[in-house]
Design a protein around this ligand. Structure first.
Ligand code: NAD
Length: 691
């Protein structure tokens, strides 16, 4: 029974309807049917005064069941069920414990009264799945809380707290015991509460609308759902409820089948599916509560912050007192930043401070269950660190390197027990970025991998396993993206043109703006490391090296691919153009024009081809892992579903044709992956490829 209903034993004027579809009370066909049946039971019962709609102790309802979205809708449809509830002779009261999201909030909006516990979260996150609310959310919410507040909630998809819910008028009451409060509503108050559909049309605020639209062009560029949601919310100012509902339903059904919604659903399920394989279940540590981080620089400080925030006692080891002091200061400033942004409360600050320390002694690692090394990207330095760690730590403790590129197998070979080493590749800023690449070395033991997965779970990260290669999944693809961009520079494009083309595709930043942001010196140092092993037949574009040699390291030096004014504004720089032209002349290349489409095509094909190689070489387990890496770590537009999902939309034959179009320009760089050649023959796609 996904919906239970009964007449109250103590007070026969009260009827209970309970959503009972664990774990999140997703509203699927069975729940819709159950609510419908409950309504019929209520109609058949005399002497009732109120219906209490309740969820579980921790959740009201987290929304429609996204697994049903690919199939045709089946009656009873949610809008019809909610219409029955809303105009019921016996008023329904929503008793909200925990989250009421999407269809869950729409259900609450159809009730006559909404009472929540202080921990409740309220939101309509549908746009994040490429759709609009489909059961009256866009029509009831603006009538209840006004145009501005509803537009913000619906177009952002963000949820609000119970406190904010009271302030905007979404809730009638907050109470630590919402059930008791719901019983206490007087019959007069209940009778006075009007169904939301009968409330007057909200007034459209042109200034709010314009500001919202400007915001959307910036943060949701290319996305259809927020635009459609805006239109639907705007409708409430001048159409009647029934017309608005009809428009919403049409829009919802059309968007459900859209490419964007499918792409976003794909990522939604990929994120939920990213967890430890069943084979590791028996090796999983119960909980990690003590860790050591070696190196308290950019990455180490972010990792340590993530650890202490998750309640893990952490010590950071640095080389000397001065560096340790700096690490402590970084830790403190991250806490302060979290407090400022309202993410960390006063009590949590004390907890975090009390479980964090810095040290210059490796002996302080003795009790940790896991060590995460985040020292300089130098294999000799890293090996020394791990050798010191193995001397002081228990034989069961796991060792992890945050290396971006280095060979985990080489590091492991220098340890007494290579099986205890894995890579844990965090992304900057490590306390914010959701992705965690878990690098599986040839010798990595199941216990070590399981520990990586456990840590990911405790930190709220999305884990993706990668095999050993230069750059693992993400940085290896990034290298090909940058290579294709640099080739375009040489042959005629400019950094700003490439950046514009890629932001047009959906990236928040193009490759050159991004390099200026992170600093050109890191990639430069990495290229020097790769000099000895680079394939001599592969074209090597030297422009980025020349930039670094000219002291243009990016934003931090005020000069990079762009020049930066004091206010941080970027401007194109003729000196960069001259440097590019000089390199092209030197290579005897006649530069030519590339359209934005040419640029996008080359950069995306280069990444897809490398993604295919990564699958073919079993560096990634499956295509959706590459999707997660591309979106969560490298800014590939989420609404395109990730690199390989997008590739499957293009189709394998079109990808091969695209690579062949440019093959003559550089047969080495554009050599199609064997996986693509095979897949065209067998008519298969990336999604069905499994290692
Ligand atoms: P960083 O230079 O900011 O910090 C390195 C820290 O390690 C310094 O504080 C240094 O004092 C300390 N250190 C060096 N040798 C040490 C030793 N023997 N014992 C203890 N401490 C030592 O570097 P970072 O950017 O934080 O990078 C650290 C690692 O993380 C590198 O392997 C890097 O490739 C990797 N990484 C970096 C990024 C990034 O974007 N910065 C992203 C992912 C991974």
């Amino acid at each position: 029974m996904t919906v239970k209903f009964w007449r109250d034993d103590c007070d026969d004027k009260v009827f209970f309807v309970e959503l009972a579809n664990p774990p999140v009370n997703a509203i699927n066909l069975a729940v819709r049917q159950g609510l419908h049946d409950a309504m019929l039971a209520i109609q058949a019962t005399t002497g009732l005064e109120r219906v209490m709609l309740i969820g579980s102790e921790t959740i009201f309802a987290a929304g429609g069941d996204a697994r049903e979205f690919d199939a045709p809708p089946i009656a009873p449809h949610l809008p019809d069920v909610l219409a029955m509830i809303e105009v019921s002779d016996i008023p329904w009261v929503a008793v909200i414990n925990g989250a009421a999201l999407g269809g869950g909030l729409e259900l609450a909006l159809a009730c006559r009264y909404r009472i929540a516990s202080p921990k409740a979260q309220l939101g309509l996150p549908e746009v994040l799945l490429g759709i609009v609310p489909g059961a009256g959310g866009t029509q009831r919410l603006p009538r209840l809380i006004g145009f501005a507040a509803a537009l913000e909630m619906i177009t952002s998809g963000k949820s609000i707290s119970a406190k904010a819910g009271i302030e905007v008028g979404l809730l009638d009451l907050i109470d630590a015991d919402p059930m008791q409060a719901a019983r206490a509503i007087t019959p007069a108050d209940l009778a006075a509460a009007r169904p939301v559909r009968q409330l007057p049309n909200p007034k459209l605020d042109e200034a709010v609308l314009a500001k919202s639209n400007t915001g959307l062009t910036r943060r949701a560029k290319g996305q259809i759902a927020p635009v459609k949601a805006t239109e639907l919310v705007s409708l409430t100012s001048h159409t009647n409820f029934a017309e608005g509902m009809a428009a919403e339903r049409d829009c919802f059904l059309a968007l459900r089948q859209s490419e964007q919604a499918k792409a976003l659903r794909h990522l939604f399920f990929a994120e939920r599916g990213a967890k430890a394989p069943a084979a590791l279940a028996n090796h999983m540590p119960k909980i990690i509560n003590q860790a050591v981080v070696v190196g308290g620089g950019t990455m180490g400080s972010g990792i340590a912050h993530a650890l202490v925030r998750a309640g893990i006692t952490t010590v950071t080891i640095e080389t000397n007192e001065a560096a340790a002091k700096q690490a402590a200061e970084r830790a403190e400033s991250l806490i302060e930043a979290g407090v400022k942004r309202g993410l960390i409360g006063a009590q949590k600050v004390d907890e975090m401070r009390s479980c964090y320390s810095v040290s210059t002694e490796f002996a302080s690692a003795a009790n940790a269950q896991i060590a995460i090394e985040a020292v300089f990207e130098d294999i000799a330095v890293k090996i020394t660190v791990f050798q010191k760690l193995q001397e002081v730590m228990s034989a069961n403790a796991i060792l992890a390197s945050n290396t971006s590129y280095l060979d985990i197998n080489v590091i492991a070979a220098a340890l007494d027990d290579p099986s205890r080493l894995i890579g844990l590749h965090f992304f900057v800023p490590a306390h914010i970025m959701k992705l965690l690449e878990i690098i599986k070395g040839d010798a990595s033991a199941p216990t070590a991998l399981a520990c990586g997965f456990r840590l990911a779970k405790q930190l709220g990260k999305i884990p993706v396993v990668a095999g050993v290669c230069d750059g693992f999944i993400g940085n290896r693809i990034l290298a090909r993206y940058r290579e294709a961009a640099d080739l375009l520079l040489l042959h005629g494009a400019t950094p700003s043109q490439i950046d514009k083309a890629m932001t047009g595709f959906g990236y928040a930043m193009g490759p050159y703006e991004a390099q200026d942001m992170s600093g050109l010196d890191i990639a430069f140092a990495n290229r020097r490391r790769q000099d000895a092993s680079r394939d001599p037949n592969r074209t090597y574009v030297q422009i980025a090296d020349k930039m670094v040699e000219a002291g243009r390291l990016g934003r931090k030096t005020g000069l990079g691919w762009y020049s930066y004014a004091n206010d941080g504004k970027a401007a194109t720089d003729p000196l960069v153009d001259a440097l590019i032209v000089a390199e092209a002349d030197h290579a005897g290349i006649t530069r030519r024009h590339f359209s934005d489409d040419d640029i996008v095509k080359r950069l995306v094909l280069a990444m897809i081809n490398e993604g295919a190689n990564i699958l073919f070489e079993a560096i990634a387990q499956n295509a959706s892992d590459i999707d997660l890496v591309s979106v969560l770590g490298y800014g590939f537009p989420r609404w395109r579903g990730g690199l390989m999902h997008y590739a499957d939309q293009l189709g394998m034959a079109a990808i091969l044709a695209g690579l062949k179009d440019v093959l003559a320009e550089d047969p080495h760089i554009w050599q199609p992956s064997q996986l693509i050649l095979d897949a065209v023959k067998t008519k298969s796609d990336f999604a069905s490829f499994k290692n």
